[in-house]
Design a binder for this molecule. Structure first.
Ligand code: HEM
Ligand code: MYR
Length: 415
């Protein structure tokens, strides 16, 4: 097989450019190199960046890439947690991922749906009395209460624990004190849940049997052993934290309703319009920039050489805005999902490929459902005004969100 050399970005290190260009870093270079694959240097190491449908397909081939040692330490120490499913490979990954997918049943999803609706109802009653609310913050409390109830986790201090969850997903790319806040919240939250796991195992706490706390406390890994308490805790937090992070998509949904009012009038329950709107919010707004893995063993692909151990980044944001995959990708058009072919490799806001065999997000169905309930509530159950505020969002801070975090006023419940 003939070998072609990959387009290569010259220079010592491009980590600063990654921070400066943020979500668009990979896509900019894919466009300027006219190539869905190129080599650069990040964090002092050679790194391959890939995109496109075929790039995503390659990235999710478990025989070609591994996750152990791939994610930067700061991501593991804040967002993921030590020993998390995100860092596992092979049989250990399949076993652990099975644990996550086992709680994603239709009945369990319906339960979560009801919990989320109930929390929206309760919260919105209080909002009627308020001059204004911050939707990003308020939705975090809604999500946190519902997530803990769903997981079977008693919520001891609502404000403290909700803030801890927010720090976990706001801090991975932060600098200075905000990053260290993330580390402190990681230790605090791990300890909180590890104590609960211990109580479950000692028979002192009896959470719902279908929830993450109970299921993960008693789960046996591929060696037949219970998970270490801290690892079980990290995995329970891998349910609660990202549910709270849906607040970012809720803030963006409210922004889309405001920016594209013509779409709002079309959103009715039961005809798929809310689903398509939610899909387009997940495609259009930036959230997770890139997934990261390492080459398992040397191989060749399309004439390019992949060397064992090389870091490889999949362009998540870029695929969702790739002009070869989406017509006019920078327009907000929910109807593009009317004839989407459901490829697991083009629309990848939460990763691609197979849920069970690969690292695709375990909570994608949860996310879609929670967003649908929330958008329905915003559109059909609430009236509110969006006062003047800075609704712009950065394309470089990760994760990004509307600067003002969506302030709403004059809130009234419709029914
Ligand atoms: C993995 C995004 C919500 C649980 C991932 C990945 C992404 C992602 C990009 C990694 C894909 C990869 O490495 O190949 C998001 C976004 C969310 C979200 C943007 C919006 C808030 C959720 C929810 C849950 C969840 C609600 C749980 C209820 C997980 C887990 C993994 C994961 C457990 C690891 C899967 C594995 O390594 O096999 N998510 N996610 N996520 N997500 Fe999500
Ligand atoms: C979650 O798992 O809690 C949901 C998603 C949180 C996204 C936070 C994004 C942070 C930026 C990470 C940079 C990764 C670079 C490879």
């Amino acid at each position: 097989m003939s070998e072609t050399s990959m387009p290569k970005e010259e220079g010592l290190d491009h980590s600063l450019a990654f921070l400066r260009e943020g979500y668009e870093f990979i896509l900019h270079r894919r466009k300027s190199f006219q190539s869905n694959i190129f080599e650069t240097t990040l964090l002092g190491k050679k790194a391959i960046c890939i995109g496109g449908r075929k790039g995503a397909e390659l990235f999710y081939d478990p025989d070609k890439f591994i996750r152990a040692g791939a994610a930067p330490n700061r991501l593991v120490k804040t967002l993921f947690g030590e020993g998390a499913v995100q860092t596992l490979d092979g049989e250990r990954h399949r076993n652990r991922k099975g644990m996550f997918m086992s709680i994603m049943t239709r009945t369990q999803l319906q339960k979560l749906d009801q919990l989320i609706q109930r929390e929206w109802e309760k919260a919105s009653k209080q909002w009627e009395q308020a001059d204004q609310i911050n939707l990003y913050e308020e939705s975090q409390y809604i999500l946190m209460r519902a997530a803990c109830a769903w997981a079977g986790v008693p919520l001891d201090d609502e404000q403290k624990r909700t803030e801890q969850m927010r720090h976990l997903f706001e801090s991975p790319a932060a600098l200075g004190p905000d990053y260290w806040q993330g580390r402190t919240s990681r230790s605090g939250a791990d300890q909180w849940i590890a104590d609960l796991v211990q109580q479950v195992r000692n028979g002192e706490l009896h959470p719902v049997r279908e929830g993450a706390l109970y299921v993960f406390s008693w789960h046996r890994d591929s060696d037949g052993e219970l998970l270490p308490e801290k690892v079980a805790a990290v995995e329970v937090l891998n349910i609660i934290r990202p549910i709270v992070a849906i607040s970012i998509f809720i803030a963006f949904s409210a922004l889309a309703l405001h920016q594209f009012p013509q779409e709002k009038g079309r959103l009715q329950k039961g005809d798929g319009s809310i689903h398509r709107f939610v899909q387009e919010v997940r495609r259009f707004y930036p959230f997770f920039p890139a997934a990261i893995a390492k080459v398992k063993e040397d191989f060749h692909w399309e004439g390019y050489r992949f060397q064992e151990g090389m870091l490889t980044l999949l362009d998540i944001y870029g695929n969702n805005h790739d002009p070869h995959l989406w017509e006019q990708p920078d327009l907000f058009q929910p109807d593009r999902f009317l004839d989407w072919d459901e490829s697991p490799f083009d629309f990848i806001p939460q990763g691609g490929g197979d849920f069970h065999m690969g690292h695709r997000c375990a909570g994608e169905w949860v996310t879609i459902q929670v967003m649908e309930v929330s958008v329905d509530f915003l559109v059909n159950r609430l009236q509110y005004k969006v006062p003047n505020q800075d609704l712009s969002y950065s394309h470089t801070s990760m994760p990004t969100m509307p600067k003002s975090q969506m302030i709403l006023t004059d809130i009234q419940k419709v029914i």
